[in-house]
Ligand binder design. Structure first.
Ligand SMILES: [Zn+2]
Ligand SMILES: [Zn+2]
Length: 159
C-alpha cells in the first residue's frame, strides 16, 4: 500500500471519510479509566489537530455529548450508520481542536504517541517504550510540546 499523503481515515462502513491536511500537533496515548471504558480496551490514541485541518470527504458525523473526566463533557463525532467514533472535541479545549482517533486512520502506524498520560491506571501488561514521556496523570503542554506545535496552538486560541 502506498503512503497516502496526507493522512486519510474513516469509519468502518466507509460512510464517513476524512483527511487530515497536516501532521497533528501532538499525539496522546491515554490510559485513563474513561478512555479504557470508551474504547473497551486498554487506552485511547488521539491525534490533536486544528479542526480546520480535518476535511470531511464524505458523510456527516453525528455529534454525541458524552460525559468526560473533567466534567465539561466530550463531543464525540460518530458515523450515523455504524457509530464508529472518528474524533472528539473536549470541553476544556473547545471546538477548535479535534482529537482524531488514530485507529480510524487508514495507516495508523504513521502516528505513534508522543506521550503516555494517566499511566496511574495503565493496564499492567502494557509495557511503555523508554524513549517516550509517561505522565502519572496529565501534564503541562508548554513543557512537553515542541515549539512549532505550541505556536499552532496559540494561533487557534488567538493569542
Ligand atoms: Zn460508518
Ligand atoms: Zn483518557
Amino acid at each position: 500500500m502506498t503512503q497516502a499523503q496526507p493522512y486519510e481515515g474513516g469509519c468502518t462502513c466507509r460512510q464517513v471519510r476524512y483527511r487530515m491536511t497536516s501532521k497533528p500537533m501532538f499525539v496522546h496515548c491515554c490510559h485513563c479509566r474513561w478512555c479504557q471504558r470508551e474504547t473497551g480496551t486498554a487506552f485511547a490514541l488521539n491525534a490533536m489537530i486544528e479542526a480546520d485541518r480535518v476535511a470531511l470527504l464524505s458523510g456527516e458525523p453525528e455529534i454525541i455529548n458524552t460525559p468526560s473526566n473533567s466534567g465539561k463533557g466530550q463531543m464525540i463525532a460518530r458515523c450515523p450508520k455504524c457509530r464508529i467514533a472518528v474524533w472528539s472535541n473536549y470541553g476544556g479545549m473547545g471546538d477548535k481542536v479535534r482529537f482524531v482517533r488514530v485507529g480510524t486512520l487508514d495507516e495508523p502506524d504513521r502516528m505513534p504517541p508522543d506521550i503516555h498520560i494517566f499511566t496511574m491506571s495503565k493496564q499492567p501488561w502494557v509495557i511503555l517504550p523508554p524513549d517516550k514521556p509517561a505522565m502519572h496523570e496529565y501534564y503541562d503542554t508548554k513543557k512537553m510540546w515542541p515549539e512549532e506545535s505550541l505556536a499552532r496552538h496559540r494561533a487557534i486560541l488567538g493569542r
